[in-house]
Design a protein around this ligand. Structure first.
Ligand code: COA
Ligand code: AMP
Length: 635
C-alpha cells in the first residue's frame, strides 16, 4: 500500500487504524476501543487498557530472543569511551533501580525528576520509572537552577535523580550545585535524591537527602513491571511557551507506545535489530521518543552520543559513529549539519569512513534550509528527510514516510501529513485557506495517539493555549502553507517562541529575566536569523530615567542574568540599549517588525504603529552595534 492509500485508510476509519497498530504492543489488558471522546475537545486513546512501557521496551525483547543484542551503545567522544549494554543487562539494571526506588516508597503516579547528561544511567532512570508507573520529568542539562526550580515546583517530585556533572567540550558542567540551588529556590522539596558520581566530578552529598547511585541500589530486589492504565501519564516534559512558566506536556502511556512503535517501521523504515541513532539530548522530546522509547520498543539498538557535531574531535565525528556502529537510520537537527558544513565544506572527512550502512538522514527541530539539505544529500548520498513535529505531539506530524512509500522530495517542505493528522492552514477566522496561502497551521481534532491530552495540572491553560483560538482544531503555533500536492511548508512561529540551534526557547521568558534588572525599565527580546543556529536572541533594553551607568556594563549584566537564570542553552549574547521600543497604539511591542528590520528584510510600517520614527531608531541601533543582517553581521 502506498502513502495515499494508507492515509485514506486512516481517514476512513481512524479507530480501526489505531486498533490495528495497537496489536504490536503487549497489553496486560488490551483496549476495548481506541478513542474516548466523552470529554471532547479533550480526547484520550486506549483509556481502558492496562500496559507497562518498560515491559514493552525491555522484558518482551529479552524473553523473545534479544537478550544478548546490544540495546544501548554509549559513544562519548568527550571521554573517549564507547560502552555497549545488552537488552538483558539493561533490564537487570533497570529492574534493580526500580526496586530501590520502590523500596524508598516511590509508587505509581509519583513524579521523579531526572537531571542527567547523556549517560546510560539517564535511560536506566527513565525506564525504571516506567517500570513502576512513576512519572518522570527529564530536565535538560543546559538549563540553569531557576528553570529547574520552576519544574520542581510544578511537577512536585518525590525524588530527583541526577548526575554529578555533564561534559561540554572543554568544560565540566557541575550539575550538583545547580541541583542544590534549584532545591533551595523551590517551594516543594523532594524526599530524596539519587546522585550518579561521574569520574570527572565528585559531588558533595547532603546527608539524609542525597544517596550515591550504587549505594542507593545495594541489596535492592529487582522490581516487577507495574501495569498502568492506558491514560496514565508516562512522563511530563516541559517546553517553552510564551511566558516564563514552561508548559508541562503530558504524554499518555498507551498512545505513546502505539504511535512510537508504528512510527519506527512506517516513518523511519527500520527493522528490529537495526541500529538507530538520534543525535539529540535525552532532555528534549526527540531524545525521549527516538533515543529512548521508540528504538527500544522496536527492538533496535540505540546510539547514545555524548558529543557535538564539531569539535569532538572534528567535523567527521558523525561519520565515525555511523561507520563504527553501522547506523541504519540517523536523525539530527539541521543546525548540526550547518556546523559540519561550515568546518568541512567539501565533506572531505567523509572519505575516512565507510557510511554504507546508512539508508536515510532525518532532520527536525527547526526549518531545514534547502542549502543544508542539498549539501547533506550530495555528500551522504541517501534520502534526506525533513520532518516536522513538536514536543506536544511526541512523534512526527508531517514527513516523507519512507517505510510506507518514498515520496518525491520537495526542498523546503517536510512533505505530507502522516496518518493521524488532518493538517489545515487557517486564516484568522479559522477558515481553511487555499493552497499556496500562508496561514496558521492547525490540526483537526482529535489529535492521534501519543500526543498530549493536556498540560500537567493545567487543563485551562491547555485549552487556552491550543484549543480556543480555532474551535475544533489544535493550534500548532506554526505558520505555513500547503501546496497543491498537499506538501506542507512550515515557515515561522506565530508566537514568541524561537528556535536556537534546534532548541526551543521563549523570548517571553528572557524578557521576564531582563525586566528584573534594576536599571531596565522595559525590554523586548526577538530571535534574529543566524547562519549556524537558525535563530539567536537579541535583547533591546530601555533604561530607567536618570540611569547613567555605562551601557556596556548593563548589557554584560543582562547577558549574565539570562545565562544564570535560564541557562547557557539560551545562547543570549547580544543586547542593545535603545531609548524606545516600537509599539502599536494599544501598547503592544512590534516584535515581528523588529525581526524584519534586523534580518534586513523589507518592512511594511504597520498601520497600528504609534510612532514610525522609532523603527529608524531601532535600525540605527542595530547598524551601530553591527547586529543582525542589517548591522552587517554574518548571521
Ligand atoms: N548542559 C550544559 N550546557 C549545555 C548543554 C548541556 N546539555 N548543551 C549546551 N550547553 C551549553 C553549551 O556548552 C554552550 O555554552 P557556552 O555558551 O559556554 O559555549 C551553550 O549551552 C550553547 O550551546 P549550543 O546551542 O549547543 O551551541 P554551541 O555553540 O555549543 O554548538 C551546535 C552549536 C550547532 C554545534 C550545537 O548547538 C548542536 O549540536 N546542535 C544540535 C542541537 C540538537 O541536537 N537539538 C536537538 C533537537 S533534534
Ligand atoms: P520542539 O517542541 O522543541 O520540538 O519544537 C517544535 C517547533 O520546532 C515546531 O513548532 C516548529 O516551530 C519547529 N520545527 C520542528 N521541526 C521543524 C521542521 N521540520 N521544519 C520547520 N520547523 C520545525
Amino acid at each position: 500500500m502506498g502513502y495515499a492509500e494508507v492515509y485514506q485508510g486512516w481517514k476512513a476509519d481512524p479507530e480501526g487504524f489505531w486498533m490495528q497498530a495497537a496489536k504490536a504492543i503487549d497489553w496486560v489488558r488490551p483496549p476495548s476501543r481506541a478513542l474516548w471522546a466523552e470529554r471532547a475537545p479533550i480526547y484520550e486513546w486506549f483509556r481502558d487498557a492496562e500496559v507497562n512501557t518498560c515491559w514493552n521496551a525491555l522484558d518482551r525483547h529479552v524473553a523473545g530472543g534479544r537478550a544478548d543484542q546490544v540495546a544501548i551503545i554509549h559513544d562519548s567522544p568527550i571521554t573517549g569511551k564507547v560502552a555497549k549494554i545488552t537488552y538483558a543487562e539493561l533490564l537487570a539494571r533497570v529492574a534493580r533501580l526500580a526496586g530501590a526506588l520502590a523500596a524508598r516508597g516511590v509508587v505509581s503516579g509519583d513524579r521523579v525528576i531526572i537531571y542527567m547528561p547523556m549517560v546510560p544511567e539517564a535511560l536506566v532512570a527513565m525506564l525504571a520509572c516506567a517500570r513502576i508507573g512513576a512519572i518522570h520529568s527529564v530536565v535538560f542539562g543546559g538549563f540553569a537552577a531557576p528553570e529547574l526550580a520552576v519544574r520542581i515546583d510544578d511537577a512536585t517530585p518525590k525524588a530527583i535523580i541526577a548526575a554529578s556533572c555533564g561534559l561540554e567540550p572543554g568544560r565540566v558542567v557541575r550539575y550538583k550545585p545547580l541541583l542544590d540551588a534549584a532545591i533551595g529556590l523551590a517551594t516543594h522539596k523532594p524526599e530524596f535524591c539519587v546522585i550518579l558520581q561521574r569520574p570527572e566530578e565528585t559531588a558533595d552529598l547532603a546527608a539524609g537527602r542525597d544517596h550515591e547511585w550504587e549505594a542507593f541500589q545495594q541489596g535492592a530486589a529487582p522490581a516487577p513491571c507495574v501495569p498502568v492504565a492506558g491514560d496514565h501519564p508516562a512522563y511530563i516534559l516541559y517546553t517553552s511557551g510564551t511566558t516564563g512558566q514552561p508548559k508541562g506536556v503530558v504524554r499518555p502511556t498507551a498512545g505513546h507506545l502505539v504511535a512510537l512503535q508504528w512510527s519506527m517501521e512506517s516513518i523511519y523504515g527500520v527493522k528490529p535489530g537495526e541500529v538507530f541513532w538520534a543525535a539529540s539530548d535525552v532532555g528534549w522530546v526527540v531524545g525521549h521518543s527516538y533515543i529512548v522509547y521508540a528504538p527500544l520498543l522496536h527492538g533496535c539498538t540505540t546510539v547514545l552520543f555524548e558529543g557535538k557535531p564539531v569539535g569532538t574531535p572534528d567535523a567527521g565525528t558523525f561519520w565515525r559513529v555511523i561507520a563504527e556502529h553501522k547506523v541504519a537510520s540517523f536523525f539530527t537537527a539541521p543546525t548540526a549539519f550547518r556546523a559540519i558544513k561550515r568546518e568541512d565544506p567539501e565533506g572531505l572527512l567523509l572519505g575516512r569512513h565507510d557510511i554504507g550502512s546508512l539508508r536515510a538522514l532525518y532532520l527536525a527541530g527547526e526549518r531545514a534550509d534547502p542549502d543544508t539539505v542539498q549539501w547533506a544529500e550530495r555528500h551522504l548520498n541517501v534520502p534526506v528527510i525533513d520532518h516536522w513535529w513538536q514536543t506536544e505531539t511526541g512523534w512526527p506530524i508531517a514527513a516523507n514516510p519512507l517505510g510506507i512509500e518514498a515520496l518525491p522530495i520537495k526542498l523546503g517542505s517536510p512533505s505530507v501529513a502522516l496518518p493521524g493528522y488532518d493538517v489545515q492552514v487557517l486564516d484568522e477566522g479559522g477558515h481553511p485557506l487555499p493552497p499556496g496561502t500562508l496561514g496558521a497551521v492547525a490540526i483537526r481534532l482529535p489529535l492521534p495517539p501519543g500526543t498530549l491530552p493536556t498540560l500537567w495540572q493545567a487543563e485551562a491553560r491547555f485549552r487556552k493555549a491550543y484549543l480556543e483560538h480555532f474551535p475544533g482544531y489544535y493550534e500548532t503555533g506554526d505558520a505555513g502553507y500547503l501546496d497543491a500536492d498537499g506538501y506542507l511548508y512550515i515557515m515561522a512561529r506565530t508566537d514568541d517562541v524561537i528556535n536556537v540551534a534546534g532548541h526551543r526557547l521563549s523570548t517571553g521568558a528572557m524578557e521576564e529575566v531582563l525586566a528584573g534588572h534594576p536599571d531596565v525599565a522595559e525590554c523586548a527580546v526577538i530571535g534574529i536569523a543566524d547562519a549556524l543556529k537558525g535563530q539567536v536572541p537579541v535583547g533591546f533594553l530601555c533604561l530607567n530615567k536618570g540611569c547613567n551607568r555605562p551601557h556596556a556594563e548593563i548589557v554584560a549584566e543582562s547577558v549574565a542574568r539570562v545565562r544564570d537564570q535560564i541557562g547557557p542553552v539560551a545562547a543570549f549574547r547580544q543586547a542593545l540599549v535603545v531609548d524606545r521600543l516600537p509599539k502599536t497604539r494599544s501598547g503592544k511591542i512590534l516584535r515581528a517588525t523588529m525581526v524584519r528590520i534586523a534580518d534586513g528584510e523589507e518592512v511594511k510600517v504597520p498601520a497600528t504603529i504609534d510612532d514610525p520614527a522609532i523603527l529608524d531608531e531601532i535600525r540605527a541601533a542595530l547598524v551601530a552595534a553591527g547586529v543582525g543582517a542589517i548591522g552587517g553581521a554574518k548571521g
